[in-house]
Design a binder for this molecule. Structure first.
Ligand code: ACO
Length: 334
């Protein structure tokens, strides 16, 4: 306890003071999916809980969505973009191989200084980005960051493969991080991240990002991914709650990766985590990869479910396999 006390006194606190999101206008209902897929609303709802997904239009990019989500997060945090000195964007679907999509956000928001870069940890990207951003703020003279998850996953789906194409959607979510002294027990309370490349063959794309003008498409062994998802999401969540010196009862809301209701239900059963404390937007957003957690977070804040001072746990897993979890106390002391 003494070590934790001293550590909390020495380290700056990284508060999460704003959240925003963006969804493309175009919605595809299960019944409106291409008939060649030979799928059905009933199959998709029963196996996943998904009823619809938002899909980018031709002129929408991962950066376009990231910029809109960032603007809303800035308003929510009551900040001007010029006050931000770090941009980290988690994505598997960048606009270009380079430059990083994060620099487009930086430029569009008229931010002149500070580093901006992308993180690639697929569906766990937002958890990774949150950890990296908070570590950078704590070890540098930078004070405020935008952390974004933005994905145009529809562009890397094989629309002839019903076992993957029905599962994903597009969108973006962003949060604002601010460094403060003396706001102990607010902000990011604990976080962890893991990878195991031995499982890189159960969820991957079958080509590079347009290396030979053929964009790689998502390939997945769904049953294997499902098994790992439940095990790894549970273990990283237990660890992160313990590291924050909390118990499951202390968590006001869990925002799990929004992949699939059956994974979320299994997680809830395994940990005895009450379902009414789980934020679930799988039905309306589908799986938006790195955007899934900040999108669900933003949805819950907008709908006044999550409030200032709530303790929130988040966990995600995706290709890699890569996974991890965070616990935060949301907002700022009044
Ligand atoms: N519509 C209709 N039938 C389908 C569809 C579809 N969209 N997709 C597969 N099927 C068929 C299969 O062809 C198979 O038919 P068959 O029995 O005649 O061979 C049958 O349905 C059962 O297929 P399974 O793959 O065994 O179905 P399963 O019960 O495993 O459900 C699912 C598939 C939903 C993908 C499940 O494995 C799952 O949820 N896995 C987790 C994967 C996930 O969510 N990944 C997202 C990325 S990773 C992450 O975010 C965690």
């Amino acid at each position: 306890f003494l070590i934790i006390f001293i550590k909390s006194k020495l380290m700056d606190n990284i508060l999460i003071t704003g959240v925003g999101s963006y969804l493309p206008d175009k919605i595809i209902l299960n019944d409106s999916l291409p008939s060649e897929l030979n799928t059905s609303d009933e199959w998709i709802r029963k196996r996943t809980g998904i009823t619809q997904r938002h899909i980018v239009s031709e002129n929408e990019l991962t950066s376009t969505m990231a910029i809109e989500a960032s603007k809303k997060a800035l308003i929510n945090a009551n900040l001007n973009s010029k006050e931000i000195d770090l941009v980290i964007l988690a994505t598997t679907t960048p606009d270009n191989t380079f430059p990083a999509t994060a620099v487009k956000v930086q430029s569009e928001l008229n931010m002149k200084t500070g580093p901006a870069f992308d993180i690639q940890a697929v569906c766990a990207g937002f958890i990774y980005a949150l950890k990296v951003a908070s570590s950078i703020l704590q070890t540098s003279n930078l004070n405020k960051a935008i952390v974004i998850g933005s994905e145009s996953f529809s562009k890397i789906l094989d629309w002839n493969d019903r076992s993957t194409s029905v599962l994903f959607g597009d969108g973006a979510g962003a949060v604002i991080l601010e460094k403060y002294k003396d706001y102990n027990n607010w902000g990011l309370l604990s976080s962890n991240f893991y990878s195991d490349g031995n499982f890189s063959n159960i969820l991957y794309t079958d080509n590079g990002p347009g290396t030979d003008s053929k964009v790689g498409k998502v390939r997945m062994n769904g049953k294997e991914v499902f098994k790992h998802a439940v095990d790894k999401l549970s273990s990283c969540l237990i660890d992160v709650i313990k590291d924050a010196n909390l118990s499951i009862e202390d968590i006001n809301y869990l925002i799990p990766h929004q992949a699939n209701n059956r994974i979320i239900d299994s997680l809830s059963k395994k940990l005895n985590f009450p379902k009414d404390k789980i934020i679930n937007t799988v039905d309306i957003h589908a799986n938006t990869s790195a955007a899934s957690i900040p999108l669900a977070f933003s949805h819950a804040v907008e709908n006044k479910i999550i409030k200032n001072g709530d303790i929130i746990a988040m966990n995600a897993i995706g290709g890699g396999l890569s996974w991890g979890a965070s616990v935060i106390k949301f907002g700022k002391p009044n």
